[in-house]
Design a protein around this ligand. Sequence first.
Ligand SMILES: [Cu+2]
Length: 125
Amino acid sequence: MRFATLMIMLAAPLALAACDNGNDSAETADMPMADEKMAMGGEDMPMMQSGESAEIGRGEGTVTAVDAEKITIDHGPIPEVNWPAMTMAFEADETAREAVAVGDAVTFAFRKTDSGGEITSITKR
Ligand SMILES: [Cu+2]
């Protein structure tokens, strides 16, 4: 299990890097599911555990709030994760929160999480 944790830590930067590559990530979004099924009947392959949470999306929108943990964005539809247009709060680190202000039109990338999404990059348009 320690080995599995290590592999997830190694895989995380790769997931972030992939999101910067843009549209390529959308086309591979369904692949981890297939890999996961194969892993269940096969060898001990810890890398597969990180595949299921690697859903990445990109969107455009307007910042409506920034607080101590989150950036709220009124965003357009995001087909990669089957989201319609909506206003929602994304988890965001300090760098991201300081990069934007209420009213900014932004382009952003995020990683889908259990509670919504976590901003991985955000820039003003
Ligand atoms: Cu949303």
